[in-house]
Design a protein around this ligand. Structure first.
Ligand SMILES: Cc1cc2nc3c(=O)[nH]c(=O)nc-3n(C[C@H](O)[C@H](O)[C@H](O)COP(=O)(O)OP(=O)(O)OC[C@H]3O[C@@H](n4cnc5c(N)ncnc54)[C@H](O)[C@@H]3O)c2cc1C
Length: 392
């Protein structure tokens, strides 16, 4: 779906009379757009910039939303593919996959161009101004500079500029150092009546430290691989081709495919994600489940807290409002998942992956797998804390 471009691309009238805004959000991904909307709804003057000229270009995600997100957030039904209850987990041999079936609808794959467009419209309707084709170029002496627009001064900066956040670096916040990388091919498929299934392959030859997958949204198949870039000697592009050629569950392409890919924060959330006049959301904050690499739920969930604390701070000037936005508290909730992530990263040979899948065939193993895949804990609720995360 084509994305509507902002009618007001020049976000400052002239350099000599620099425009001043309450909040500048850098990045119009799901995290940036949702935070912008919530802050604009509180009555703040919000500007969002994104270097992309269209939000339907350069999509970086498969778009799998999990049950908990679907339950808690109001995503437009017509933009979501059919509900998925079945997961097939394959060893490297691809033989005898483990089938796990939930008695609830667990996943739906979204039309992400439509989701971004919807979030864009919602943010604009709330009063936020969205400037596309504008690249954040740095901040100094209270002035934020762009390529593609005039500078602004702002009371608050939200860094929603993804896993390799420039805003985080410029504003002295933590930056993602442990990164996975993911890539996928998306191609149209012919209509089918088969029950949609999420195919997951544990094979360190194509997805070292993570998984390869095949899933469809009813209209498109997504075939992807993710893992540690340092272990992908042949390069992710080549591994994706190799996997796609024999991917289990793959449906024949009914048209040309497009590729998506990007780094994925894999460290389990950054600690220092906020400070006076600034905070990070989404991938920029490392807010991705360390085990499932799911980042869409955190984009929405964390943005809600971000907008609350930033709004409180802007209204009162009280820095204690920002204490509630604490990356360390989040990391503490991830401890178990970080351990499992390390275990997954330790599976380095096909033999070890076969053994891991064999262990998951047992009753206890199936219970663990079902808990990871169908549990509610992919990303914890971000609760307020009392300690001062801004110190040290
Ligand atoms: C292949 C792949 C598949 C994935 N699949 C899933 C999935 O199915 N489900 C799930 O939950 N998670 C998935 N993830 C993770 C999830 O997609 C991300 O965590 C989530 O999209 C992050 O959203 P965000 O808004 O934080 O960042 P992004 O969507 O990356 O948005 C950042 C925005 O900032 C802009 N930007 C960057 N620098 C600048 C600058 N200097 N100036 C202006 N703009 C700038 C970019 O153009 C971009 O629009 C996947 C990731 C990958 C790589």
């Amino acid at each position: 779906m084509p994305c509507r471009r902002s009618r007001r691309r020049n976000i400052a009238p002239t350099v000599t009379s620099v425009r001043s805004v309450d909040v500048l959000v850098v990045g119009a991904g799901l995290a940036g757009l949702h935070t912008a909307r919530l802050l604009a709804e509180q009555g703040f003057d919000v500007v969002v910039v994104d270097r992309r000229r269209s939000l339907s270009a350069g999509i970086r995600t498969t778009g799998i939303f999990v049950r908990r997100t679907l339950d808690d957030f109001d995503l437009p039904d017509h933009l979501l593919g059919p509900a998925i209850r079945d997961v097939l987990l394959y060893p490297p041999s691809r033989r005898a996959p483990i089938r796990l079936t939930s008695d609830r609808d667990e996943y739906r794959v979204a039309d992400m161009a439509g989701i971004y467009e919807h979030a864009h419209r919602a943010a604009e309707a709330a009063g936020a101004q969205i400037a596309l084709g504008v690249r954040y170029a740095g901040a100094a002496m209270g002035l934020v500079r762009f390529a593609g627009a005039d500078p602004v001064t702002t009371r608050f900066v939200v860094g929603a500029d993804g896993a390799r956040s420039t805003v985080a670096r410029d504003l002295g916040l933590d930056v993602n150092r442990r990164l996975l990388v993911g890539a996928e091919i998306v191609h149209p498929i012919a209509p089918t009546t088969a029950a949609p299934t999420f195919h997951c392959v544990l094979d360190p030859r194509v997805a070292p430290g993570y998984l390869a997958w095949v899933i469809d949204d009813g209209q498109h198949a997504h075939i992807g691989v993710a893992g540690y870039p340092g272990a992908m000697r042949a390069g992710i592009r080549h591994l994706l081709e190799e996997f796609a050629a024999h991917a289990p569950g793959r449906t024949a392409a009914a048209g040309p495919g497009v590729r998506r890919g990007r780094p994925i924060p894999g460290g389990g959330g950054l600690r220092r994600v906020g400070g006076p006049g600034r905070l990070l959301v989404g991938d920029a904050a490392g807010a991705v489940s360390p085990l499932t690499a799911g980042g869409l739920d955190p984009c929405l969930r964390m943005s809600e807290l971000a907008a609350k604390v930033a709004g409180g701070y802007l209204r009162t000037g009280d820095q204690r409002e920002l204490y509630r936005y604490d990356g360390s508290a989040l990391r503490a909730r991830f401890r178990g998942r970080l351990l499992l992530r390390r275990a997954l990263a330790g599976i380095r040979s096909p033999a070890a992956a076969e053994a891991a899948v064999a262990a998951l065939r047992t009753r206890a193993g199936r219970a663990v797998a079902a808990r990871i895949l169908f549990g509610d804990g992919s990303f914890p609720t971000v609760a307020p804390v009392t300690a001062n995360p801004l110190a040290g």
